[in-house]
Design a protein around this ligand. Structure first.
Ligand code: BGC
Length: 759
């Protein structure tokens, strides 16, 4: 059956080539002759950055005003897919009102190192969390008829040398950590487009990586949308098209189009490859065109209010000795300290930078929630000035702190420390901020620290002396109001860390392997990214993955875990044992203590975000599909559910586990294939091979070995063919060949389809 679009069969090779690259920076190529319009793609991800007249890429500040929702670092901390679906819908409404057909986001790359300059644009260090939240954003956006561009596919985990570096990753971490979230989003939310990243993976540019763009993305995951390049990611357009890249962006003014035409004419590129890509562009254009609505508009005030609500849900209360929430009726005097209270840092730099429709600041919002006369302010430091200018500002700040009932100190990272395009060099707050903090801590026992930072900062050293710490990330244009809401308890904090806050940089998993050298970065920590590393190493952290406090408290019942046809069902009852309504994020971690595979101690496999009125209880059911229990068997090159006892914990963070249960899973791991090169140990451990070799040895002089544990242990690592070659060996080479034939059994891998569900 011919599945070609009737339109594309009418196009010339030149037209198809031009259709598969941009017309300018943001639009696809229109083909007036056949009535194909261009469509508009633009950033993304936490707002619509539509440049005023399709202008140059680098005019980052010159875009039409749009709601600056909280960036991904904040959204990730909500742990709330429903809320992110709502954000996606609002983004869709704004994109539609601006005539944008595809919004370039979300970015779901794993936060491998806290030094990645673009971590503020990513959701988490965990693939299950990134996948769930990314899918919700895509689903919400696309529910409004606007395409998502899931990015940056894949393994774009640093900015250093990002356009060339090869991320050298073993098969298991590549699948289990770096691709898993993408797989979930593709399978469950069906993004219209996927954006390939700039970097190479194991030596091959992702834009030219057929294994990634075609075998995995389309073949294994069933992706049926369009693959677009990151802007300028294509190094060889012919190779890229062949690998499965459909659309090169932005335009190259026809230079690479001509190469495509020449390659088709010389037979170097199959016509059908170009046809397929052209069809995919046409399909996307049609999808976008049929959803355009010139009358579309959005309500700026309503979106600002949504941005405030989401920001409130993104703020992580790291620590609270009881000083929070502040009581607006208590008539207490509040010293607000720190320039960030008046001049907020609310988003990161680079292609995601939005021109906001409005901008709230925390100082005004605190004044409007407390009686204004109660609030004093001192900037404490100035933005963009050297630390040495700070001393007089600190003196002023200390004087208002000393006479106030409570001091709220705003500190954080300066904008120039974190951006797309380069990585951070350290995790430190500016010394002007830490000196200010120390000075205020010395004069007032009731200090609340509010942080503004896109990537995690080191808190050790002062955190244990600060009575309360509020992690405010970068919260978008309404973040100031949201901070005030949390400080005064109008919002009961419910966000949780989507990434670990380490004690120091040297403790972090990629410390020795970031950002690599000579064009390569080796992911030497393997599977042990984020909490997987700290837990396995039993390393102390400042605040663990999943952590976040509330103004109420929650109690957990013992969990029950049931095996179903689709996976595990975890059920637990959570009670709000305090006096305020609140939200709890119930987290499920799974470990396989007796696993034959290398494994983290426990991994997040599911979660539920649940609102519980004071004094009430809610029973939550968290299903964990087999697909999420599977690990990637690098020898078989397949996902496998290992048989055995699975330990399932429920908890309020990765280190606040409240109960657990063990369930036996009948896995689908196939019997390993035995060859002449398999070791004595592998033969004896194999249910079929063990019988064959055991019986063979029992008949020979090798029988003694079977009853001598020390000898057996020593011999276990010897490949059988080496033993067979020894003079006087009890096993001949011919016998070994026959044993290999007898031991061969068809593998018994249960397919993912048969298992159902999953990520
Ligand atoms: C970024 C992408 C962005 C694109 C278009 C690139 O530099 O990596 O995330 O969508 O530019 O602005």
């Amino acid at each position: 059956m011919d599945t070609r679009s009737p339109l594309s069969t009418a196009l010339t090779t030149e037209e198809k080539a031009s259709l598969t690259s941009g017309e300018n920076f943001w639009e696809t190529q229109a083909l007036d002759r056949v009535g194909v319009p261009s469509i508009y793609l633009t950033d993304g991800p936490h707002g619509v950055r539509k440049q005023r007249d399709g202008g140059d890429h680098l005019g980052i500040g010159d875009s039409v005003p749009a709601t600056c929702f909280p960036p991904a670092v904040a959204l990730g901390s909500t742990w709330d897919p429903d809320l992110l679906d709502t954000v996606g819908r609002a983004l869709g409404d704004e994109a539609k009102a601006e005539g944008v057909g595809v919004l370039l986001g979300p970015g779901i790359n794993i936060k491998r190192s806290p030094l990645c300059g673009r971590n503020f644009e990513y959701l988490s260090e965990d693939p299950i969390l990134s996948g769930r939240l990314g899918a919700a954003l895509v689903a919400g956006l696309q529910a409004r008829g606007i395409g998502a561009s899931l990015k940056h596919f894949a393994a774009n985990n640093q900015e250093t040398d990002r356009l060339r570096v090869s991320a050298d990753i073993d098969a298991r971490p590549l699948h289990e950590i770096y691709l898993r979230g993408f797989r979930h989003v593709v399978r469950h939310a069906h993004p219209w487009t996927v954006m390939c990243s700039y970097n190479r993976i194991n030596g091959v540019y992702t834009s030219e990586n057929r294994w990634l763009l075609t075998d995995v993305l389309r073949g294994e995951w069933g992706f049926d949308g369009l693959v677009v390049s990151d802007w300028g990611a294509v190094s060889n357009r012919v190779a890229a098209l062949t690998a499965g890249l459909d659309l090169e962006m932005p335009s190259t003014d026809g230079v690479t189009d001509a190469r495509i035409v020449a390659a088709v004419e010389s037979g170097k590129l199959e016509q059908s490859v170009l046809d397929t890509a052209a069809d995919r562009v046409l399909a996307l254009v049609e999808k976008v065109r049929s959803n355009l609505d010139p009358a579309a508009y959005y309500d700026r005030d309503a979106h600002h209010a949504l941005a405030r609500k989401v920001a409130g849900r993104s703020i992580v209360l790291l620590k609270n000795d009881g000083v929070l929430p502040l009581d607006p009726a208590a008539n207490a005097s509040i010293a607000v300290i720190g320039e960030f209270a008046r001049t907020p840092r609310y988003q990161g730099a680079g292609s995601s930078q939005i021109v906001p429709t409005r901008l709230d600041n925390a100082l005004d919002e605190i004044r409007s929630l407390a009686a204004p006369a109660q609030v004093t302010f001192a900037p404490g430091y100035s933005i963009g000035e050297s630390d040495s200018a700070a001393e007089p500002l600190i003196v002023d700040a200390v004087s208002i702190a000393a006479s106030a009932d409570v001091a709220v100190v705003f500190a954080g990272l300066p904008a120039e420390d974190e951006s797309e395009g380069f990585d951070r060099e350290h995790l430190e707050l500016p010394s002007a901020h830490t000196e200010l903090l120390e000075a205020v801590l010395a004069v007032n026992p009731r200090v609340v620290v509010v942080l503004s930072n896109g990537g995690v900062v080191r808190l050790s050293g002062w955190a244990d002396r600060a009575p309360a710490i509020v992690e405010g990330w970068l919260l978008g244009q309404a973040g100031g109001g949201a901070v005030a809401d949390v400080l005064f308890g109008a919002v009961n904090p419910s966000a949780r860390l989507a990434e670990t806050i380490p004690v120091r940089l040297a403790d972090t998993p990629a410390f020795l392997d970031f950002p690599g050298e000579a064009g390569h970065v080796r992911y030497g920590e393997g599977l042990f990214v984020g909490y997987r590393y700290y837990d396995r190493r039993e390393t102390e952290v400042s605040f663990p993955f999943g952590h976040g406090l509330s103004y109420t408290t929650f109690g957990y019942s013992a969990p029950t875990v049931t095996l179903t046809d689709a996976g595990l069902d975890v059920e637990v009852t959570v009670a709000n044992t305090g006096h305020r309504d609140g939200r709890e994020v119930v987290q499920v971690y799974v470990g396989v203590p007796g696993s034959a595979a290398v494994r983290p101690v426990r991994e997040l496999k599911g979660f539920a975000n649940v609102e519980i009125p004071a004094g009430a209880s809610r029973t939550v059911r968290i299903p964990i599909p087999f697909e999420d229990l599977a690990y990637f068997d690098a020898v078989l090159s397949k996902w496998v559910v290992e048989g055995g006892d699975y330990r399932v914990w429920v908890g309020a963070s990765s280190r606040d586990l409240r109960g657990d249960a063990v369930v036996t899973v009948d896995g689908d791991a196939p019997l390993p294939e035995l060859t002449a090169e398999s070791t004595i140990g592998e033969w004896l451990a194999h249910p079929v091979g063990g019988e064959i070799l055991g019986a063979a040895l029992a008949r020979t002089a090798g029988a003694g070995m079977l009853h001598d544990p020390a000898l057996l242990r020593m011999a276990a690592s010897m490949p059988l063919n080496r033993v067979a070659a020894f003079p006087g060996s009890p096993i001949s080479t011919e016998q070994l060949d026959s044993y290999v034939r007898q031991a061969a059994r068809p593998p018994r891998v249960i397919t993912e389809q048969a298992r159902g569900g999953g990520s």
